[in-house]
Design a protein around this ligand. Structure first.
Ligand code: NAD
Length: 361
């Protein structure tokens, strides 16, 4: 199969973790004899430095031509006080919107060999295995009006949380389809006791659920969900929620998995006329300026994102399972980066990438 993949290393540790993810992708492509066509482009802070824009036109063009895009992370401290249009994160938001990837899938699994890395008690996290499905192209992060205005003596900031029925329906269907292939349970998370937006969300998700009678649906308020994720994570199979709630809740998943560096994500849109699913794959973590350039970032979130790409964009389930199994094997072997090994000699980012390739065989 021809795998036409665009790589956007981005900023900070994004560069280091995508290098290892690409190593694993090349290895898997060679092992299963796929024809891998890789291209690379600029996104985020590095793109601002080199072109003046966080999302250059050339990057957009290459992303729209690729079958799948692998992204590292964006964000550089020197842009922390820059206006929104000139921030690295704007490039990522623009890319997600341009690709129309409206469903962000964030698998959270407590790996048996890493239970001690979680600050939670082993008996709470053991067996936790869920996918957080976050709506990605709507809600507060995109709604208008938005901005900061000066009105006489007062300064006002406005953001708008907006969803349409069709935006909710399409992401809900992704969640229910995923549930059908798993434990057949969707928990829809909202704030319907306060927000009209969430009332529409709850109503539409309930209607979509009727199309999937084999899947059980329950609803949970986001504040309670934040608590239940920690108290009883095993109760969740698919967690379906809107953009900002999903952004926040999925970082809690890092506590269950042991480190944010472990978490992969897949952002899926509609099918291309060719039949391929549009997909953007990236680890959940950011650019981690505190450890950038030190060869100590955990690349397993980025490598797990390659597994997700093989499965969702290319339908290569055997290859995807082999990469996931290799990640498990490396975790069990103890060859892990410092975030998973508070004492003893940790492996480097590069050594973990090499170990995953060796485990694939
Ligand atoms: P972060 O995820 O970059 O880092 C949070 C903490 O986790 C840091 O202590 C970091 O060292 C650690 N960490 C993160 N990834 C790790 C890995 N792979 N291995 C080991 N440790 C890891 O979040 P932050 O510090 O809030 O943000 C830093 C920058 O990243 C900001 O500019 C922010 O806007 C950006 N950001 C980008 C994305 C993205 O590109 N998708 C996501 C979140 C934050």
């Amino acid at each position: 199969m021809r795998l036409n993949v665009l790589v956007l290393p981005g900023d900070g540790i994004g560069v280091e973790v995508t290098r290892e993810a690409v190593r694993v992708l090349r290895h898997a492509a060679a092992r299963w004899r796929h024809d891998l066509a890789l291209s690379e482009a600029l996104l985020g802070g590095i793109a601002i430095h080199k072109t003046g824009s966080p999302l250059p036109g050339e990057t957009l063009r290459l992303a729209s031509e690729a079958d799948a895009t692998l992204m590292g992370a964006v964000g550089l401290p020197e842009f922390d006080n820059a206006p929104p249009e000139k921030r690295p994160e704007k490039g990522l938001l623009g890319l997600r919107q341009a690709l129309g990837v409206y469903a962000n899938l964030r698998p959270v699994r407590a790996h048996a060999s890493q239970l001690d890395s979680s600050p939670l008690k082993n008996h709470l996290v053991e067996g936790a295995d869920m996918i957080i499905v976050r709506e990605l192209t709507g809600g507060l992060y995109y709604g208008v009006p938005r901005g900061i205005t000066e009105d006489g003596a007062e300064t006002r900031a406005v953001n708008t949380m907006t969803y349409t029925r069709s935006e909710i329906e399409r992401v809900a269907r992704v969640a229910f389809r995923l549930a059908q292939a798993r434990r057949k349970k969707v928990t829809s998370v909202d704030k319907s006791n306060v927000l009209e937006n969430s009332q529409l969300w709850r109503r539409v998700v309930t209607e979509v659920a009727r199309e999937y009678p084999d899947v059980a649906l329950d609803h949970m308020l986001v504040d309670n969900c934040a608590m239940q994720l920690i108290l009883n994570p095993r109760r969740f199979d698919i967690v379906l929620t809107e953009n900002m709630f999903g952004d926040i809740l999925s970082d809690e998943g890092a506590v269950l998995a042991g480190s944010i560096g472990m978490l992969p994500s897949a952002s899926i849109g509609d099918r291309r006329p060719s039949g391929a699913w549009v997909g953007l794959y990236e680890p959940v973590h950011g650019s981690a300026p505190d450890i950038a350039g030190q060869n100590k970032a955990n690349p397993l979130g980025a490598i797990g994102s390659v597994a997700a790409m093989l499965e969702y964009s290319f339908g290569l389930k055997e290859e995807a399972s082999a990469v996931d199994a290799a990640i498990d094997a490396v975790l069990s072997s103890g060859k892990v980066t410092a975030d998973l090994r508070p004492s003893g000699a940790p492996a480097t980012t590069e050594q973990v990438g090499q170990a995953v390739c060796a485990a694939i065989g």
